[in-house]
Design a protein around this ligand. Structure first.
Ligand code: AMP
Ligand code: MG
Length: 500
């Protein structure tokens, strides 16, 4: 006879944010929910964080993931922050529905936040209910894990649970709670919170904390705060380039949704673009296209300007004159565009199989994008099919992505000539291209179908299938694969919603 022992959940919390001054956060415990049930647990991520995934799947684990039980060592809190929302400054936002349970040091030696999203009201909730509905929770789970699998810096999904309690949005929706893991939840808006109050002491404590946690080498620079700013600019330039190279549209690039660590954060009405269109917007609240696909680099630059402004008083405290502080910030910010452009060009070269550099490469890639736009070519599929065309087999499949295939075939002649200059064998180029051009991204209609099945019929099978399909995005897929095929016109998702 065998007896099964239910593993007990132990999370190796080691909290630092909770030791910061009281004005950095509000200590608040999650509000219990009636009937927590696990939708998904990310076993690999749990193990990486030093948490037993089997224990997370027990009733005790579900209770912790729903906020019904406070795990030993947790010091739950809601972080204070401000932010520019669509250009308008709001001096106090803060975690209105998120609860930082604490931090753990993972097997890579780095510190990670574990946060519940949708865990009930906090002092920052304003008129919100502090809750999350199932749809946005599943969307964030799928999109963030997909980005991680694509190799893009991002927050991660540790788990999702349903609460057994409906939430009211436009209609009644099943309630859910998302467990998010991030290098930290520090945002540009966190700096703005202290700057707006002219709380220089708070600002310095925050900057020192951010440096220690994310840019430790900046502490040894002659001007640590300047080095810190340079670091954030550098990572964000690289991050936005990654988004652009994948056709990813964040949708709500407010300063409170812009991380200090350089991770993609706060997946709301985000989407992977289907037909290539530079002005593409999916978000229902982005009426003027502020965060349209092609505006993302400029939007990020604008956000980084706001971060730089908050740091000016620290530059001055450290000995610079006002003028010097200003020109330091401007010099740092001036690096963003060239860094972004360089990262984008290097990335698009990889997408085209160009492992060496040629002065005409930018023109060649721009010309492809131009005909993709005029032919409404599917972004993901076109680039993936280029891998086949580069391998020497026919370029007809890629051409079929274009309304007028002749546009592509004419461009392809130039591209093939350029490829002929590459010293590496075609097989190597194709292999490298496949690592830059995913076969699978979470297509909007599939995400929407998944959400509908879960919210309307409590059916999570397509969620798990899509999660699985997006977990190895660069691998070849057999036959005609439903995850690779663009939406038919009647399946196209025209708008996405943030669902808050
Ligand atoms: P987001 O659009 O998700 O980035 O949220 C912007 C702000 O609104 C943040 O301060 C959130 O905490 C807050 N918020 C969003 N949804 C809710 C909600 N259901 N209840 C309370 N606060 C919310
Ligand atoms: Mg946010």
């Amino acid at each position: 006879m065998s007896t099964t022992v239910t593993p007990t959940l132990s999370i190796p919390f080691s909290n630092t944010y909770a030791t910061l001054p009281a004005r950095f956060y509000a200590g608040v415990t999650p509000t219990p929910v009636p009937h927590p049930q696990i939708i998904a647990v990310n076993d690999e991520l749990a193990t990486f964080l030093g948490i037993d995934p089997i224990a997370l799947r027990t009733a005790e684990g579900a209770a912790v993931l729903a906020g019904n039980r406070i795990a030993t060592g947790s010091s739950p809190l809601a972080q204070a922050y401000a932010g520019h929302q669509f250009g308008h400054f709001v001096p106090q936002l803060g975690d209105g529905r998120a609860n930082l349970l604490g931090e753990v040091v993972a097997t890579d030696g780095q510190r990670y936040d574990i946060q519940l999203k949708g865990a009930g009201p906090t002092p920052f909730s304003r008129r919100g209910d502090g809750r999350a509905s199932l749809g946005p929770v599943l969307r964030e789970y799928l999109l963030s894990e997909s980005m991680a699998a694509l190799g893009v810096p991002t927050t991660r999904a540790l788990a999702a649970v349903t609460t057994g309690e409906p939430v009211y949005r436009d209609t009644l929706q099943p309630g859910a709670i998302f467990t998010r893991v991030a290098s930290s939840h520090l945002r540009v808006g966190t700096f703005q919170f202290f700057a707006a109050q002219q709380d220089l002491e708070g600002l310095r404590i925050l900057a020192d904390y951010a440096i220690a946690r994310h840019y430790p080498q900046a502490a040894h620079a002659t001007q640590p705060f300047r080095a810190f700013l340079d670091g954030v600019i550098n990572r964000q330039a690289a991050l936005v380039a990654r988004w652009m190279l994948l056709g990813f549209i964040h949708g709500v690039m407010n300063t409170d949704n812009t991380s200090i660590s350089g991770e993609t954060i706060d997946y709301g009405p985000c989407a992977f673009m289907e037909a290539y269109e530079p002005a593409k917007v999916y978000s229902s609240i982005d009426h003027r296209g502020r965060y349209a696909y092609s505006n993302q680099p400029a939007a990020m630059h604008w956000n980084l300007c706001r971060l730089a402004e908050t740091l000016l008083p620290l530059f001055v405290e450290d000995g610079a004159t006002q003028d010097q502080a200003m020109s330091m910030a401007q010099d740092s910010l001036a690096a963003f565009v060239p860094q972004y452009e360089q990262a984008f060009l290097a990335g698009i070269r990889r997408k085209l199989g160009l492992l060496t550099e040629h002065k005409d490469d930018a023109a060649l890639s721009n010309d492809l994008l131009t005909i993709m736009a005029s032919n409404q070519a599917d972004f993901t599929l076109t680039f993936r099919l280029l891998c086949e065309a580069a391998s020497g087999s026919s370029d007809q499949a890629a051409a079929r992505c274009f309304r007028n295939p002749g546009d592509f075939l004419a461009w392809s002649v130039r591209w093939q000539q350029r490829l002929a200059d590459e010293p590496a064998p075609r097989a190597d180029l194709t292999l490298a291209m496949k690592q830059a051009n995913p076969a699978v991204v979470p297509r909007n209609h599939l995400v929407q179908d998944t959400i509908d099945a879960a919210a309307q019929h409590a059916n999570f099978s397509s969620f798990h299938a899509l999660l699985q399909a997006t977990s190895r995005p660069y691998a070849d897929r057999a036959g005609v694969d439903p995850y690779q095929v663009p939406a038919r016109p009647e399946q196209c998702v025209l708008q996405t919603f943030c669902g808050t």
